[in-house]
Design a protein around this ligand. Structure first.
Ligand SMILES: *Cc1c(COP(=O)(O)O)cnc(C)c1O
Length: 411
C-alpha cells in the first residue's frame, strides 16, 4: 500500500472528532482480524448492550416479572412508541408520535404499503424501480396481486438509482403509491427523496420510503419533506443486532385515514378489555399488531443513543471522508486490475457504502473473509465496502484495502 494513503489515514484519524466513539463498540478479538467493512449490513455491538440486556434480564424480567409490562417509569407496553420517538428524534427528523418499533422490515413494509394503497381508492397503480431491494419488490408484487393493482416498474441503472425525473414520467391520476429506497442497497445511490415526494404528491399519490440503508448515516427530514410513510431496519447502521425489529413512520395527518391490515390486539384501543371487534388505538399505536419485541429493542436503544449523541450531521461528514478515501485508493490501482467503482462519484448522491466490481469478486470476497477483512458480496459482481462511521477508523480502511490490493493487483 502506498505510504501516502497510510499517512493520510493517520492524519484523518488524528483529526477525527468522532474517533472516541470507536471505543464504545465491542472490540473484535480474533487472531488475524483486520477490519470490518460491513457495518451497512450488520452493525457491530455497542459495549453498553451486554450490561443493558443483563439488567433487563435480572431486574425487569427476572424480578419485576409480568409487572414490567405496565409498571415503573418505562413500562414495556410503551416501548414501541417510546423507542420509535427516540429513533425519530435522533435519526429521522420526525416529531414524536409518528414512529413505532415493531415487526421486521418486511412485515412493516407490507403493513404500510397495504395501508397506503387502501387509502387511495380508485387508483390502481404502484410505482417501484427494478433495482429496489428484493423484499420491497416481492412484497409489492404480492400486494398488487392481492388488490388487483398494476406495478409500474422504472428501470434503473444498477450503478446509480432512481431519479425524480423518472418518477415524474410515470406518475399520474392512477398512481396510488410510490415506493422507493432512499439509498440503493447495491450502488449506494441516494435518491432525491424530497423531490420524489413532491412529484408523487403533485399526482395525488402517497410515498413510502425504505430507509434501511440511510437511517443513522444520512441526515433525514421526514417531517420537512412531507414523506407519508417510511420503514427501515435497525440492525444496519443503528447496530440493533441480528433480527432487530424494524421501525415504521406514518405522518401524523394520515393517522386515522391510513389503516394497517394486521389488526392485532396490541394495536387495539384498550387491549386488555379484550372486547369484541377491532377498534384501532389512537395515533401511531395502531401500527402495532402483536406483543412488542422487548429484548430486541434493548440494543436498538443503545445504538440510537450513540447516534443521537454523535449527531447524524457529523456522522455523514465522516462517512463521506471514508467513502472518498476508499474511492481514491481503488482509483490508484493500475488499470490492469480492472476494478470498477459502481457507486456514485458525486458525494451528494453517494450513501454510506461504496461498491466496487469485477467478474471474480465472489471468490475475492471469500478470500478476503479468510484474511480477516470482512466486506460483503452482492450479485452479480460487487463487493460492498460498508464503512460505519462510528465504529470505523480511516486506518481500518487503508489496512483492509491493502489486503485487497494484494489479492486483486498482486502487491
Ligand atoms: C436490509 C434491507 C431490508 C431487510 O428487510 P428484513 O425484513 O429486515 O429482512 C429491506 N429493505 C432494504 C432496502 C434493505 O436494505
Amino acid at each position: 500500500m502506498n505510504d501516502e494513503f497510510v499517512q493520510r489515514a493517520a492524519q484523518l484519524d488524528a483529526e477525527d472528532d468522532l474517533a472516541a466513539y470507536v471505543g464504545e463498540f465491542m472490540p473484535v478479538e480474533q487472531p488475524g482480524f483486520v477490519a470490518y467493512l460491513d457495518g451497512n449490513s450488520l452493525g457491530r455491538p455497542v459495549r453498553a448492550v451486554g450490561p443493558a440486556l443483563q439488567r433487563l434480564v435480572t431486574g425487569q424480567w427476572g424480578t419485576d416479572l409480568i409487572r414490567s409490562w405496565t409498571d415503573g417509569d418505562d413500562p414495556w407496553m410503551q416501548w414501541p412508541e417510546r423507542v420509535g420517538d427516540e429513533l425519530a428524534a435522533a435519526c429521522l427528523g420526525a416529531a414524536a408520535g409518528q414512529t413505532v418499533v415493531a415487526d421486521s422490515t418486511t412485515v412493516m413494509l407490507y403493513k404500510l404499503a397495504r395501508a397506503a394503497v387502501a387509502a387511495r381508492p380508485g387508483r390502481d397503480e404502484v410505482v417501484i424501480d427494478t433495482d429496489n431491494f428484493p423484499t420491497d419488490r416481492y412484497v409489492l408484487e404480492g400486494i398488487a396481486a392481492e388488490r388487483g393493482l398494476r406495478l409500474r416498474w422504472i428501470e434503473t441503472d444498477p450503478a446509480e438509482g432512481l431519479y425524480a425525473e423518472q418518477v415524474a414520467q410515470v406518475v399520474g391520476e392512477r398512481t396510488a403509491l410510490v415506493v422507493l429506497s432512499q439509498i440503493a442497497y447495491r450502488s449506494g445511490w441516494i435518491a432525491d427523496l424530497p423531490a420524489i415526494t413532491a412529484v408523487a404528491h403533485d399526482a395525488g399519490a402517497l410515498v413510502l420510503a425504505d430507509l434501511c440503508h440511510s437511517v443513522g448515516v444520512l441526515p433525514i427530514e421526514l417531517d420537512a419533506w412531507g414523506v407519508d410513510l417510511a420503514v427501515g431496519c435497525t440492525y444496519k447502521f443503528i447496530g440493533g443486532g441480528p433480527g432487530a425489529p424494524a421501525f415504521g413512520y406514518l405522518r401524523r395527518e394520515l393517522q386515522g385515514d391510513v389503516r394497517q391490515p394486521i389488526q392485532g390486539w396490541m394495536g387495539r384501543a384498550d387491549p386488555f378489555t379484550m372486547g369484541p371487534g377491532y377498534v384501532p388505538a389512537a395515533g401511531i399505536r395502531s401500527l402495532v399488531s402483536g406483543t412488542p419485541p422487548i429484548l430486541g429493542m434493548v440494543p436498538v436503544r443503545a445504538g440510537v443513543e450513540l447516534i443521537g449523541r454523535a449527531g447524524v450531521a457529523a456522522i455523514r461528514e465522516k462517512s463521506l471522508a471514508l467513502t472518498t478515501l476508499a474511492i481514491e485508493i481503488v482509483d490508484s490501482w493500475p488499470d490492469s486490475a480492472d476494478v470498477r467503482v459502481s457507486s456514485p462519484r458525486d458525494p451528494q448522491r453517494r450513501g454510506g457504502h461504496v461498491t466496487i466490481s469485477r467478474g471474480d469478486f465472489r471468490d475475492v470476497n471469500a478470500q478476503l473473509w479468510g484474511q480477516g477483512v470482512i466486506p460483503d458480496f452482492r450479485a452479480p459482481d460487487g463487493i460492498r465496502l460498508g464503512l460505519a462511521p462510528l465504529s470505523s477508523t480511516f486506518g481500518d480502511l487503508v489496512r483492509a484495502l491493502a489486503v485487497m490490493q494484494e489479492i486483486v493487483v498482486g502487491g
